[in-house]
Design a protein around this ligand. Structure first.
Ligand code: PMP
Length: 360
């Protein structure tokens, strides 16, 4: 069967081996006579899946014991609200670094909850770059500093992360989690919707320092309270069992591949192929991001004008490439090359870009 050359921004490509294994177990999970989505979330089988998924994540990202791993629903978008609801302390402020649409949305939701301010922003430069950590204005009175480590729409990524802050660092890693090693001790909380680098949509991973759980006030609605989810091992209510199972398979795949170091190496190779095609094109393709802020997950570029861009996208579609149109706020093209996108598909795209350029 022919698989698509899938460059979607999310939901995105999953490893073929994961889909094949899920297909095999679809009717009968490990001799239970039931598919995973037919298992009770209180069953021994599912509890094992839940625990194993956490263990895999803990090993892959070297998550210390002081951090709790939660599997929640509502996407990364619900975290935009849960973070200030749980972490913004009475009479305090929350600080946000704006690096694109998603951090703007995170700030907007925080402002509905309490006092949230901009600590730095690259909006004036149309989000082509990431502010230098030294430009960030963080008041010691802030409850936390929020950043978006990879900006899915604009194609930028933090390469030097703020470190040794006096306040907890909170990071939206939806589009680059598991693509590079993480020094978790710099963070108070990280979160990621699964549908880019981790698995299918439906589950959101939250990794939170246990000290921060104490900030969750008991008056919060239970479903929006981190402490409630932590106390019940993310089984407070019915979890998205199928999504968590697929997350487990993706993490097993990542481990077998060689872990985060290997995934980082691959992401460097894949992104270099596309950035080389852009940089060697003598202006035929223009990268949106400044070189020092380029994302290894979402490569954004424009062409000379809308008409060339539209014939590029048209020919790309005929060739079999999926998902290359840029987000409407940037225009042009975007190739999302998450962990599960095979190197050979990226080679095909780079080759296509070079050939399209020589013909036009
Ligand atoms: N943050 C980032 C960086 C994203 O890319 C996205 C989705 N594209 C979101 C948050 C929102 O995620 P969700 O749709 O899971 O709410």
């Amino acid at each position: 069967m022919k698989r698509a050359l899938n460059f979607n921004a999310g939901p995105a490509a999953l490893p073929e081996a994961v889909l094949a294994k899920a297909e095999k177990e679809m009717m009968n999970y490990q001799g239970s006579g039931m598919g995973v989505m037919e298992l009770s979330h209180r069953s021994k089988e599912f509890e094992e899946i839940n625990q194993l998924t956490k263990n895999l994540l803990r090993n892959l990202l070297t998550i210390p014991d002081e951090y709790e791993i939660l599997f929640l629903q509502g996407g990364a978008s619900l975290q935009f609200s849960m973070i200030p609801m749980n972490l913004l302390e009475e009479g305090s402020t929350a600080s946000y670094v704006l690096t694109g649409t998603w951090s703007e949305k995170a700030l907007k939701e925080a402002q509905k909850v309490g006092n949230a301010v901009i600590a730095a922003s690259s909006k004036n430069a149309n989000y082509r770059s990431i502010p230098n950590p030294s430009e960030i204005d963080v008041s010691a009175e802030s409850s936390y500093l929020h950043i978006t480590t990879n900006n899915t729409i604009f194609g930028t990524q933090w390469h030097t992360l703020p470190e040794d802050l006096a306040i907890p660092l909170v990071a939206d890693m939806s589009s680059d989690i598991l693509s590079r090693p993480l020094n978790l001790s710099s963070y108070g909380l990280i979160y990621a919707g699964a549908q880019k680098n981790l698995g299918p949509s439906g589950v959101t991973v939250v990794i939170i320092h246990k000290d921060l759980l104490k900030r969750s006030r008991s008056g919060l609605p239970s479903m929006l309270n981190y402490q409630v989810h932590a106390d019940s091992q993310s089984l407070y209510n019915t979890p998205p069992t199928l999504s968590i199972y697929l997350l487990m398979l993706v993490l097993q795949w990542a481990e077998e591949l060689g872990g985060v170091k290997q995934l980082e190496l691959l992401s460097k190779q894949k992104s270099a192929l596309l950035y080389d095609a852009i940089d060697r094109s003598e202006g035929f393709y223009t990268g949106h991001a400044e070189k020092g802020s380029r994302s290894r997950m979402n490569v954004t570029f424009t062409l000379e004008n809308d008409s060339v861009a539209s014939s590029f996208l048209h020919e790309a579609e005929e060739y079999g490439f999926i998902g290359l149109a840029g987000h409407r706020s940037v225009g042009g093209c975007r190739a999302s090359i998450y962990n599960a996108v095979p190197l050979e598909n990226v080679e095909k795209l780079a080759d296509f870009m070079n050939r399209f350029r020589s013909r036009n």
